[in-house]
Design a protein. Structure first.
Length: 62
């Protein structure tokens, strides 16, 4: 859970901006986007396999 305590002499806009940065850093937004729709387990495994193949190809080229 991300919490932002408004500091002395801080405007609401600054607090909201700081909150947005904290959400981005925590990965919460990415997680929400990922869970927006149901994804079959086979699709998750397929994407992980493809990502691993790309990583291995990239390491071979270096």
């Amino acid at each position: 859970m991300v919490k932002v305590i408004v500091r002395d002499r801080e405007t609401i806009q600054e607090a909201v901006r700081r909150f947005g940065k904290l959400v981005m850093r925590s990965g919460l937004k990415k997680e929400m986007r990922r869970r927006k729709y149901y994804e079959k387990p086979s699709d998750i495994k397929r994407r992980a396999r493809i990502r691993a193949e790309r990583r291995s190809m990239k390491s071979r080229l270096d």
